[in-house]
Design a protein around this ligand. Structure first.
Ligand SMILES: Cc1cc2nc3c(=O)[nH]c(=O)nc-3n(C[C@H](O)[C@H](O)[C@H](O)COP(=O)(O)OP(=O)(O)OC[C@H]3O[C@@H](n4cnc5c(N)ncnc54)[C@H](O)[C@@H]3O)c2cc1C
Length: 408
């Protein structure tokens, strides 16, 4: 039997689409340059905050949880951990934003309530909360376990007949006239009617090989994971925290705490220069880097107990776009070639619905979501967004503004 669709990339985006296509009876071959999860997926923290700025973006995340619950039922694997989450306002300029967050939640029928410093301290006894003016609490938020999610997609896709090839870098997209026909690997060509590039931070590199411009940039990101300590217990279901003014987020992890930072001056990674054996899990953040210094400064301020416990630092590469939204769909010029990338630090939690969307786009089926905000061709031919030197600073600006003081 021939392959209908080739998917390049074995992170959550490619695997989720493989799962959705295969359960619809489509013949899928997924090709991964390394092992499944060797890109951003294996490094992610997995925080899920469902309330977004638009109703459509919120709905994608809420619906995605239904897909996760189905996967949990199918595989017997826990994937989502409901902990609730807190967004802190520690500056007057953040208070209105926090109140708006409650309104956005109500508009999407999600329970979000305002809490004061006292209630915040009760919910998170190990966090410094005496400077909290107000916080919004979303009890149904939590985190998705990235490895478990990726492996569950893969397990179910295989069960549905998908062919998953690892250690097989794709060198090129085979284009006949103006139509994608397959991909070139060191072991020879693979042919299919349609090709999806789901290459994470490598997305723009692969798009260039097909003669297309994709406005993504790989940006380094760090978080720490504290080791469990009897004197400083972190309860498994204690709420995640988003401290925008301090640029940090946190969630419980195996008796310790993950704390990550969106620093103001991040480092761009040149994805084109990485070798075939590059595995993101082997990245090591320099302890004297400014990212680690900012992380420790902000993390210790909010969670003073971290001074007393051991921790490890995880580094990875996120994929950012100029406006913080993904790039999914086709770009004029090559028929049958699809892209999905640029999840701006939210690809784990977007992947369950993104797989449904990509399957519908590839099969030409109607889609229930407003795709204009995430269309892959929304910058097609746009001046100032075609050359790397123009794209990079805009994506860095989006990363730096993702967190940071209100009113920036
Ligand atoms: C430190 C860190 C923390 C994060 N925290 C969160 C979080 O809290 N919540 C959240 O939702 N998201 C988070 N993210 C983001 C999330 O990890 C990504 O958005 C998501 O994993 C993207 O999935 P992907 O499949 O698009 O990319 P990837 O996981 O990078 O997968 C792309 C795959 O394509 C493969 N590939 C590339 N080029 C080729 C080629 N030529 N041939 C074959 N294969 C190829 C790569 O090896 C890779 O496996 C975090 C990311 C990092 C780095």
């Amino acid at each position: 039997m021939g392959t209908d669709v080739i998917i390049v990339g074995g992170g959550v985006a490619g695997l989720s689409t493989a799962y959705q296509l295969s359960r619809r009876g489509v013949s899928v071959t997924l090709v991964e340059r390394q092992q499944l999860g060797a890109g951003s997926t294996g490094q992610a923290a997995g925080l899920l905050g469902q309330v977004r700025k638009t109703a459509s973006a919120t709905r994608m995340l809420v619906d995605g949880l239904d897909v996760v619950r189905e996967l949990e039922a199918e595989t017997g694997q826990e994937i989502f951990v409901e902990t609730g989450s807190l967004r802190l306002a520690t500056a007057e300029a953040r208070v209105e934003d926090t109140r708006n967050h409650v309104g956005l939640g109500a508009g999407s029928e999600l329970e979000v309530r305002l809490v004061g410093a006292e209630e915040t301290a009760r919910l998170l006894p190990y966090m410094k909360s005496d400077d909290v003016i107000l916080a919004s609490h979303t009890p149904s938020d939590g985190h998705i376990l990235p490895h478990e999610l990726a492996m569950s997609y893969a397990q179910m896709a295989r069960k549905n007949g998908a062919n998953i090839l690892q250690n097989r870098p794709v060198r090129d997209v085979i284009i006949d006239g103006s139509r994608a026909k397959g991909v070139q690997t060191d072991d020879g060509p693979l042919y299919a009617d349609q090709v999806l590039l789901a290459c994470g931070p490598w997305a723009h590199v692969m798009a260039e090989r097909a003669g297309q411009v994709l406005q993504t940039v790989g940006i380094e990101h760090v978080y720490l994971t504290s080791h469990p300590h009897d004197a400083y217990p972190v309860e498994r279901r204690s709420p995640a925290v988003r401290d925008y003014d301090g640029r940090i987020y946190s969630r419980p992890e195996a008796g310790g705490l993950i704390v990550g930072i969106y620093e103001e001056d991040p480092v761009i990674r040149d994805m084109g220069e990485l070798n075939d054996d590059f595995h993101m899990s082997r990245m090591r953040a320099a302890q004297d880097s400014s990212a680690v210094a900012y992380l420790m400064d902000s993390a210790l301020h909010r969670f003073p107990f971290l001074d007393k416990v051991k921790y490890t630092v995880t580094q990875g590469i996120m994929t950012f776009t100029p406006n913080g939204c993904a790039l999914s769909g086709t770009i004029p010029g090559v028929d049958g070639l699809f892209h999905t990338a640029g999840f701006c630090g939210h690809g784990i939690v977007q992947s369950p619905t993104m797989g449904v969307i990509m399957a519908q786009l590839i099969l030409g089926e109607p889609c229930a979501y407003d795709l204009s905000a995430i269309a892959a061709d929304r910058y097609f031919g746009a001046s100032g967004l075609q050359a790397r030197r123009d794209i990079e600073p805009k994506c860095v600006f989006a990363y730096a503004g993702h967190y940071g003081p209100a009113g920036r």
